[in-house]
Design a protein around this ligand. Sequence first.
Ligand code: ADP
Length: 259
Amino acid sequence: MVTEAPYYHQTYQESDVFLHAFRNRIPLLLKGPTGTGKSRFVEYMAHTTGQKLITVSCHEETSSTDLIGRYIIKGAETVWVDGPLTTAVREGAILYLDEVAEARPDVIVAIHSLTDHRRELFIDKLGETVKANENFMLIASFNPGYQRGFKELKPSTRQRFVALNFAYPEAKIETEILVNETGVDKDIAKKLVSIGGKIRNLIELGLSETVSTRLLVDAAKLIHSGLPKRLSCHVAIVEPLSDDEQARESLKDLIDLMI
Ligand code: ADP
């Protein structure tokens, strides 16, 4: 259970979309680059609706067995243990599959019958079909950025979801997020947001991912706890973004001019 209300700044009507999707038993797909508030939004909505939240961070080894469950050996016995998907389906929780496109293809197969009118899960190892509890909700996120060239979500999968697009918030909202999240001075927050905006426009540096709200929040936290401003930006923004010496030097020069 998400017991404390997480801070989440709404940017459009995403909570209405969530509530209506939930009411209509339609799964939700959150698209957008890393660090744009997708996970925070899910926590916030789990708290708002009073639903239990189970999060699975998917990676290339995540398989349907990890989600559905497996037999384990306990002493002299073999016992079945439900995985997070089965638990959520039985108990009626929100299951959040973070970065679902990273998972093995059998994960997508496993969730298919849960994403249409059947709302049921077939557990082949038990020969059992479980009807989803009415409060079960499936949410998945994916980052269209990193999928470039390799892992994509197939249209037939995407079309089983209602989708929300997450992007970097406009400057005023992002400044408010930094102040609220870290307690940093508003002027510093504004400067960090301008740095973020500048770097996001620097396509010529060829960064595979650009500066996210998360990185700006980290820089703000370091500054607020007393680390020098430029050093905070170098370690929270520049180093995580690039290993290329020239790109790093350019980013550092830009930051030193702005803060
Ligand atoms: P994602 O799941 O998209 O990778 P997160 O939800 O983990 O991103 O967000 C990263 C951080 O950015 C959060 O911990 C929070 O500090 C901040 N953040 C981003 N967007 C928002 C928002 N709309 N409201 C509040 N905090 C936000």
